[in-house]
Structure formats: C-alpha cells, structure tokens
Design a protein around this ligand. Structure first.
Ligand code: UDP
Length: 463
C-alpha cells in the first residue's frame, strides 16, 4: 500500500506551496481547506426578502441581506434560513451569487405571529439540518438573528458541529424598559435570551451601550461580546438635489417636509411625533407650516391606511391635523433616497433603537436628523453637528428639535454638509470585514479575542 500521506507532502514540498495549518474536522486529504468556507444565517420569523416597512420587516431584514451580500463578495458563501410562510415559495432562491435564501418547513406554510413560533423551533432546526445533508453543504459558523433564531442555533448543535454567534437586534430587557404594559415582551423571551447569553459562542452588539448592558448587567464574559454596528449602503443612500427629488415624488418646492420612515410599531414612537406635530402646528411659529410625510405601514387598494397605520390616521384626525399629514405607506428601499433627499429634516422619535438604520440612511443622503437620545442613535448622530438628540417620548422636546432645524436655514445647511461624512465609517465593506473576523476566530476554535478592534465607535473599547 503506497504511503498517501508522504506523497501529498512531497507534492506540496516540490511546488513550495506552504501547508495551511490543519483546520479539521475534514477528512484526510482536505488539510489545506480554510476553516471558514461557508456560513449560515438564521432568521426564523422574517425573511430578508420580505416587504420592508411592515410590522415585522425592517432593519434586521436589511442587515441580513446586506451582510450576506458583502460576505459573499469577500469570498464567503452564505445560506440564509427562514421559515416558509407560503406553500409556493421555492425552497432555494439565490439573491446574489453566493447567497441563498432557504425556505424551511416548520409549522404552517402561512404567516404565524412571532410569539407563537417557539413550539416550531425544534422542527426548524431538524429541517435545516436535513437540508444541509440533501444539499451536501456544511457550515463553519452559524449567525443567529433575534432570540427565536438563537434558540434554533442552539438546537442545531444536535446536528451541526459549528460555533454560533448571536445577535439580538434588541433584547426584551431593553424593549420592556420603554414599552407600555400591553407591548411588553414575554417571560419566555426574557428567559431564552438569558440562556442564549451563556450558550452562544460569540455575541455581536449593535452599539456600545448594548455591549455594556450585556457585560455589566447580564454578566456575559467580556471576551465574548463585540460591538459591530450594521452598515449602510452608501451607494444607494447619497445626497441628491432636493428639487429633483421632490419632483420625482410629487412634493412642491416651497413645502417644508418633516419625514418619518419606519415600521409602524409602538417602539418607533410615532405617537410622540403626532403629539409633537400638534404642538408645532398649534404654535403657528413656522411659516409655511410643515407637512409630516410618513413612510411605512400598509394602505389598501383604495389608498386608505389599514392596520396600525389606520390607528395613526385616527390619532392625527383626532387632533385635527390630518391636512398636514401624508401617509404614503411602505416604499421599496430603492425609492427611499428620493424621500430622504426631499426632506428638510428626518424625525426618528423611537423609544429605543438598537442601531437605527433610518437615521444613518438620512444622514448618508445629507439630511439632518432629530432623534431620540436612545440606544444606537446616541452614537450615530453627532449632537449639534449632524442633527439633534432629544428626550425620548417627549413631544415638546421633539417639537423644539424640529422647530430649531426648520427655523434656522444656516444651521440646517451646516448640518446637511456634516451629515454624509459623519456616517462614512458605516460602509458595508468595513462592517462585513469585522463580522468576518469574528466568524474566522470562531471557526478556528477560538472563544476569546473575537473582535477585530474597531474605531467605528470611538473610545468605546469594544475589544
Ligand atoms: N424601510 C424600507 N421601506 C419602508 C420603511 C423602511 O425600505 O417603507 C427600511 C429602511 O430603509 C431601513 C429599515 O427598513 O433600512 C428600517 O431599519 P431601522 O433600523 O431604522 O428600524 P428597525 O426596523 O430595525 O426597527
């Protein structure tokens, strides 16, 4: 029997290709494989292909789509697992070369509320593993989004020998701290998130406060948590002349526009914006009076708001200010640059934001932002330079911020000039490389020093 090992070695030596350290656990003969060859993303409750701006599709969907696209561009293929909600969706859809979205059968092939999905998670993990067997692929790292997917990643350990990194996209604890009683998150979510903190091999926090909270309050080991914010598509979101943008979306040149973009969910604080608008319009201090343009939520075939957006329409009508509101429903993301560029100011009145993509997209388009001093917004808005931060859930504070920017052209144009440069650090190539670093460390078997070392959030010491 010839000595295969000796032969392989002599070939390598003869061509002087350096031997890569054995990354295992592949079979003999594959020792030059890199440890990081393919990644899985798990997004149980919402698909990266869902329509954005509805109740459950927003920043996380964008994040998974963009991150996967950029990882694939850097040479790492990605499969994204999401629950099948429609019997006709193909099992595998390639969204860009190297990125597949895979529909997993777990529970009914119909929409199911987030809070009813937990019993289907073992099926989801099993079907995911069966898919990987059928497709003949294996994953070197698993990235779980939101607590439900984190639990699937943990159950997936029964089948896959891959480390997993968890991203919460807001924890129940953070959300409950600002939620009304009716909107509070369940004990099951709180308990599961707590368990995931010790079960996950690595955790990515979207802002320095979130990392600090995980470490100091929740007791997570420091070396396990990296702060890596989402990125923003700086090619799509870029400044353009206001008049041209307005002409595209039917806004008169002389109108003053306060823009809101986002899911219609209590966490977004639209109630605060409605109250702020009522104060501002009653004061009649601004002439002409601004129009509040609301992007997000659903309209019926007749163009009338439905669901949570209808509640907003009623709240606006009750204050007698319907004439100054325009509810245009959710918009495809590639239409949003025109909305941002057409605005005089973008309002982000959220009760909490893990990161707050809308604020960063607006800044990338060169538009000042008035936002709540909450979560990631505290780090993305350069107070007084690119926008203003105001007390969350305070209509009068929000009114003050909006009036200050609308009433001072010099301030507004200085902020507009400062906006774009302030967010260039969120370029996706930069962010994807940092996430790739975490994956590589985990795939190589490390459980410490996972973070690449980032200057995105200065002076935060995220390593
Ligand atoms: N978005 C969109 N169309 C809409 C409303 C929102 O494409 O009608 C996108 C928006 O561009 C942003 C994301 O949805 O990328 C919302 O992200 P953000 O972080 O602001 O909020 P989240 O949904 O994560 O709470």
């Amino acid at each position: 029997m010839p000595d295969t090992r000796a032969r392989v070695w002599s070939v390598r030596k003869a061509t002087s290709v350096p031997l890569a350290p054995y990354g295992g656990p592949s079979v003999f003969g594959y020792e030059t494989d890199l440890p990081l060859r393919r990644a899985a993303q798990i997004s149980v409750h919402t698909s990266p292909l869902a329509t954005l701006g509805g109740k459950d599709a927003g920043g996380m969907n964008v994040y998974i789509r963009e991150l996967s696209t950029h990882l694939a561009a850097e040479g790492l293929p990605v499969d994204i697992f999401t629950r099948r909600t429609d019997p006709h969706t193909p099992e595998v859809r390639e969204i860009v070369p190297g990125v597949n979205v895979i529909a997993i059968e777990a529970g009914p092939a119909a929409p199911v509320g987030k809070n009813d999905l937990f019993p289907y998670l073992p099926d989801f993990a099993e079907q995911m593993a069966l898919y990987s067997l059928r497709a003949g692929v294996r994953y070197d790292v698993v990235h779980a989004h939101y607590w439900l997917s984190g639990w699937v990643a943990e159950l997936g350990r029964r089948y896959w020998d891959a480390p997993f990194v968890q991203m919460f996209h807001t924890t129940a604890h953070m959300k409950n701290a600002v939620a009304e009683r009716a909107d509070r998150e369940t004990d099951l979510r709180l308990r599961t998130e707590k368990r995931l903190l010790s079960l996950a091999d690595g955790i990515i926090a979207a802002n320095p406060d979130e990392r600090a909270d995980l470490i100091w309050r929740m007791g997570v080991a420091t070396e396990k948590v990296c702060t890596i914010p989402p990125g923003v598509d700086l090619d799509l979101f870029r400044p353009e002349p206001r008049e041209a943008a307005r002409a595209r979306i039917g806004i008169a040149p002389e109108e003053r526009i306060v823009l809101f973009v986002g899911r219609i969910d209590p966490i977004k604080g639209i109630d605060t914006l409605v109250d702020a608008a009522a104060i501002l319009l009653a004061g009649e201090t601004l002439s002409p009076a601004p129009t509040f343009l609301i992007v997000g939520g659903d309209l019926d075939d007749a163009g009338e708001p439905v669901g949570p957006l209808a509640d907003i329409a009623r709240a606006v009508a009750a204050r007698g200010i319907s004439g100054r509101f325009r509810l245009v429903g959710s918009q495809p993301q590639d239409q949003l640059p025109a909305f941002y560029a057409a605005a005089d100011v973008v309002a982000v009145p959220s009760r909490y934001e893990s990161f707050g993509l809308v604020a960063v997209e607006a800044l990338a388009c060169g538009v000042p932002v008035v936002a709540s001093r909450a979560g990631g917004l505290r780090f993305t808005i350069d107070e007084g330079v690119s926008g203003l931060l105001v007390k969350p859930q305070s209509p009068s504070a929000l009114t003050g911020g909006i009036a200050r920017i609308l009433g001072d052209d010099a301030l507004r144009s200085a902020m507009a000039s400062a906006a774009r440069p302030s967010v260039e650090r969120y370029a996706w190539t930069n962010i994807a490389r940092q996430v790739m670093h975490v994956y590589r460390r985990l795939a190589e078997g490390h459980r410490a020093h996972l973070c690449a070392g980032s200057e995105i959030f200065e002076a935060t010491g995220s390593d």
